[in-house]
Design a protein around this ligand. Structure first.
Ligand SMILES: NC(=O)c1ccc[n+]([C@@H]2O[C@H](COP(=O)([O-])OP(=O)(O)OC[C@H]3O[C@@H](n4cnc5c(N)ncnc54)[C@H](O)[C@@H]3O)[C@@H](O)[C@H]2O)c1
Length: 290
């Protein structure tokens, strides 16, 4: 298939593009009429969205709308959209399945929810079929591609930067949550498992929204411990107060995507995810600056 990838230079888009090319698909540009669009492009920092909501609504909604209109104009009728667990807000129950009520607590989450709603209308009115993949915490690396956001706010690369001596310590925001070790719990999903979900979504002709995580949860302290074990390095930590808007636990139910698309994650352990990330960071200690 010919796939038009938007945001393919980013962390998740780069790995999905790698997998698409490995599977013989073409990541086609405007000279070709693509069979589908994979839409990874977005501003994706929750904190920044609380400071500058306009940037988030303009890019994630208005620019997304431009993309949809271009698809309609050129007859492209299939899109796979990078959505997020941030559209749910603090959950009423865990794990979070697709019946949970979306209640975003940031402009970032709101912008993604708004785009999901727009997709529904473009399907109904223009016949644009969509799959929304609501990622939980994308993590890990392939041999070539890894995580290097600027600024880096994600936990695993931040901890590994400390292991590499690039940063003096890791700040832990909140150690008094109602969790076994007092730190926040998140659902880490390996980037290749996430990319595989995109490949499966390509083969799907119906529309749908799917939550995408491994269903397990790891606390901030567990992530740091795993990084110490895998790297063999001392990793200093500093305990800080809670950050506004951090729910104690976010864990996905991925039953729906397993049942409907046959998705099965290959990376079930946090150590395996960290190990893949560490190999990449050692190879590229300055990320994509090298
Ligand atoms: N990383 C995660 O854990 C995570 C979790 C949930 C959802 N997501 C979503 O997944 C997608 C990819 O995330 P990522 O971690 O790879 O982020 P990223 O910042 O590495 O990649 C996003 C890419 O999109 C590009 N981009 C932004 N606006 C654009 C525009 N208007 N036109 C063209 N390109 C544009 C950026 O330059 C960047 O290269 C985003 O939509 C994000 O909201 C990510």
């Amino acid at each position: 298939m010919k796939i038009f990838v938007v945001g393919g230079a980013g962390y998740i888009g780069s790995v999905c593009s790698e997998l698409l090319l490995n599977e013989g698909h073409e990541a086609a540009l405007s000279t070709h009429r693509p069979d589908a669009v994979m839409h990874f492009a977005a501003n994706a920092l929750v904190g920044e969205s609380m400071q500058n909501p306009s940037k988030y609504f303009r890019n994630n909604i208005c620019n997304g709308l431009n993309l949809l209109d271009a698809m309609v104009a050129t007859g492209v009728r299939r899109i796979i959209f990078s959505s997020t667990c941030a559209l749910f807000g603090p959950p009423d129950r865990l794990p979070i399945d697709e019946t949970a009520q979306p209640r975003p607590i940031s402009p970032y989450g709101e912008s993604k929810l708004a785009f999901e709603k727009i997709l529904r209308w473009y399907d109904e009115i223009h016949g644009v079929k969509f799959v929304c993949l609501r990622y939980f915490n994308a993590s890990g690396a392939t041999e070539k591609f890894g995580e290097d956001h600027r600024p880096e706010t994600h936990l695993i690369p931040t901890v590994l930067q400390v292991a590499l001596g690039e940063k003096p310590n890791v700040e832990i925001y909140g150690t008094d949550y109602d969790t076994p070790d007092g730190t926040c719990i998140r659902d880490y999903i390996h980037i290749l498992d996430l990319a595989n979900a995109h490949i499966l979504a390509l083969g799907e002709s119906a529309t749908g929204c799917y939550n995408l995580g491994t269903g397990g949860g790891s606390s901030v302290r567990e992530v740091i411990e795993s990084c110490r074990k895998i790297t063999g390095r001392k990793i200093e930590t500093i305990e800080k107060p809670r950050r506004a808007g951090d729910p104690p636990r976010l864990i996905a139910s991925s039953k729906k995507i397993k049942k409907e698309l046959g998705w099965q994650p290959q990376f079930q352990s946090l150590d395996a995810i960290v190990d893949s990330a560490w190999k990449w960071h050692q190879k590229f200690p300055r990320g994509y600056s090298d």
